[in-house]
Design a protein around this ligand. Sequence first.
Ligand SMILES: [Zn+2]
Length: 356
Amino acid sequence: MSSTIAPGVVTGERYRTLVGAAKSGGYALAAVNVTTSSTVNSALEAAATNRADIIIQLSNGGAQFFAGQGMPDGFQAKVLGAVSAARHIHLLAEHYGVCVVLHTDHADKSLIPWVEAMLDHGERAFEQTGQPLYSSHMLDLSAEPIDWNLNESARVLERMAKIDMSLEIELGVTGGEEDGVGSDVDDHADPRLYTQPEDVLQAYDLLTPLGDFSVAASFGNVHGVYKPGNVKLRPEILKNSQALIEKERGAGLNPLNLVFHGGSGSEKSQIAEAVSYGVFKMNIDTDTQFAYSAPAKPYVDEHAKAFLHQIDPDDGTPYKKQYDPRKWVRKCEQGMAARLAEAFDDLGSAGKTIAG
Ligand SMILES: [Zn+2]
């Protein structure tokens, strides 16, 4: 390993260093969606245990849940939940001894105000601490015409670059939906599921002078997990986009920082192929949601009475130690952490932390 950096949340130059280490090292970072401090801590624990740097991200719905579904103003909850999660992670991440990238997930046209409100907080944090709250936000304007998508992405990137932030954009459509944002495109014959390399070149030319960005390129990937055979991945689309920019702009190998959405349920060989074409980030949500929830079932089955009675109605046995949420929530955290360990193996990031 060429260089190490301090553990904790990485932004700006340190984020660039981490992305560079992943790409040159031939591995990618797992980007896991979280919704609570419990899922955050599970992600941090998995990263620490496996010595893998990690990307922790929130969708707008996840951020709202982090603030609390009972908060009366839903928009405010989406903003403050994102701020609260970021502060939680900034405080704890360095103590887990790994590098953590803080990200937000899909924001379509209607959610641009959410991103800008988070940037208000990010700019304040940058003034006060020299570091923004988030390493990167995502703007997914892929449902809009390409020129509008790129011009709006450019406008927001200019603002973000001033506080050492990176922007993830989307070109082409990821099928399925992620937390209310997404498309009903799920027919793999639909050309919109496959990013056009010419669009990627246009994005590269417009955004490269403005700041750091990454591209969620569509190669048939779909959010969620479906029956085998329903999703036809074509990772060569990623290769073709990289090749066009290498050729047209004389850039080195894999000049683009690519993001793989809809990683849940994907075949391991296609994950490896995508990583070889410059994917440094793979999003995982559906599989970790299942891994978190599944352990609750056997626990509740095994301790069924404790979920019906505080004290056994027949023999008076107190069940407090069994229904204490820490008991069963801990099983959920361990389930999610185990699934993340598998993701780190698939992506080649286990044991590769650059934190030192
Ligand atoms: Zn996505």
